[in-house]
Design a protein around this ligand. Structure first.
Ligand code: E4P
Length: 215
């Protein structure tokens, strides 16, 4: 499973990328609004760090506007993937961008019908928002399972990015389901490294080594 980071914070991305576990990054207007600097500059810097797919979201709500924005964003760096919202105009834009050879990530996906339509329109990635579904009393991971089954049934090559992730358990479940990608908030990424037994075990080994050292 590929791991993307769901942040626009350069320090977090730099630190995680140095560990060799990060394959890409997803951003959205909210994440960009938390950082300082120009949108284009942030995206360029992230691309240079990760050298993998970096999602940058359009803000137009009509297909022509989305395609125009997409062309400009795609010119920033070859790693840019255009994030398109799952609305009718967005599906039209997905189809046009597929024809132009510009990779896309269909975002704000909350049903398997939406995921099916995004794949038919040629989306490179689709992002089911599982945490927001969980928050509303649904089982977000059911959407991931259904989407993967639908894509498998019909041979779609659209990759599923498990998005709106809230906990390390989401990462385990996504991997067990065989999702292509998970995009992680930095806090969840950090938690995935941790286990109390690892810390306890390491402390005991180091303490015992102190006894050996003086020999
Ligand atoms: C996905 O690409 C989105 O940026 C993100 O996962 C949304 O997550 P949120 O529900 O925590 O805002």
């Amino acid at each position: 499973m590929k791991i993307f980071l769901d942040t626009a914070n350069i320090e977090q991305i730099r630190e995680a990328a140095a560990l060799g576990c990060v394959d890409g990054v997803t951003t959205n207007p909210t994440l960009i609004s938390r950082e300082s600097g120009k949108f284009e500059d942030i995206i360029r810097e992230i691309c240079e760090i990760v050298q993998g797919p970096v999602s940058a979201e359009v803000v137009s709500t009509d297909a022509a506007g989305m395609v125009e924005e997409a062309k400009k964003l795609a010119a920033i760096h070859e790693c840019v993937v255009i994030k398109i919202p799952m609305i009718k105009e967005g599906v039209n834009a997905l189809r046009q961008l597929k024809e132009l050879g510009i990779p896309t990530n269909c975002t704000l996906v909350f049903s398997s019908n939406q995921a099916l339509l995004a794949a038919k329109a040629g989306a490179t990635y689709v992002s089911p928002f599982i945490g927001r579904l969980d928050d509303a009393g649904h089982v977000g991971m059911d959407l991931v399972r259904e989407t993967l089954a639908i894509y498998e049934n019909y041979g779609f090559d659209t990759e599923v990015i498990v998005a709106s992730v809230r906990s390390p358990l989401h990462a385990v479940e996504a991997a067990v389901e065989g999702a292509h990608v998970i995009t992680l908030p930095y806090g969840v990424f950090e938690k995935m490294f941790k286990h109390p037994f690892t810390d306890k075990g390491l402390a005991a080994f180091l303490a015992d080594w102190e006894k050996v050292k003086g020999r």
